[in-house]
Design a protein around this ligand. Sequence first.
Ligand SMILES: [Zn+2]
Length: 339
Amino acid sequence: MNLKFAWRNVGNEKRLVELEQDLASDKINHAYLFSGPMEVGKLTAAKFFAQLLICKFEACGECSDCKLIRSNSHPNLTTVDDLWIEGVNEDWDILAQKTNFNQSGRAKSPKAKTDIIRIDDLREILSRVNNTSDGWNVFVIHNIERMNRESANFFLKTLEEPPPKTTFLLTSNNPALLLPTIVSRCRVSNFGNVNPATIDKMLLRDFPGLTEIERVRVVNFSMGKPIRAKRLAENPTVFREFKEYFEKLKSLLEKPNVAEKLAFAEKVSTDKTEVQKFLEAFTYFLRSFMLTRARQPIANSRYTPAKLVGLIRQLNSTKILIERNINPRLAVENLLLQI
Ligand SMILES: [Zn+2]
């Protein structure tokens, strides 16, 4: 598939072609929802689309607009990614690389303790709606399922009366949690997992130092997620953590021990990112466990196909509970006690 612009995505070309068609026909919707699993490139696509809209030279990377976008300080591009959270995300300089609305209110009373886009955050974000001097004013808001009901309703009012020359590029890996009235006002762009061969090609091109065995491992662990594949290839620590989770789950499955399960649940629930990493490792683990069992069935195993399917279901509902900010430790304990 031929793309006109130099997108940084790997895979999902059809979605990118559609976005290019919107640009070519000058039919930009006032809101887009980039929907699909985590780490497949939704935010990457949204950011590049924003740059295509703002830069007058097709996201050249060299003009003053592109330079301001690169330093996340363009007045007509608001990005909402990581949020200030007490005790977790407190480094303003690091936050400023990803999120550029004024977050100082989050550190004041009442302090924001969970990863929620609150109504006060939205007031700050939307105060930039009238920023625009000329050209597009673009808002990239990542994982909008973080909006609680109050803020989602507040946001809806803006979507209902979209300001001119303004577009919202929203992402979600769990659109089932969104207000249907928000989804219906967006052009939905469904991103999916990317096939292993495409990820392998990206690794060959971008990480020529990897051996073939390392590449196969990264492809397997990435489970169709190019962003994760890059993280794994770039950073041996991420790879090691993933492997450690894998080994730990294997030992818990072979020798179930309640005390060990509870201790492990406590360890992985220190923060939301850690829990998500663990749940992803668990998904990979169950998937490969099922494949092995399918090839070499073991008589009298506690892990019948039905039991494994049940575990996968439970794992998926745990992911949803965590998204909804249920106490992560309880959710993980509950999951581990099932194995
Ligand atoms: Zn440019």
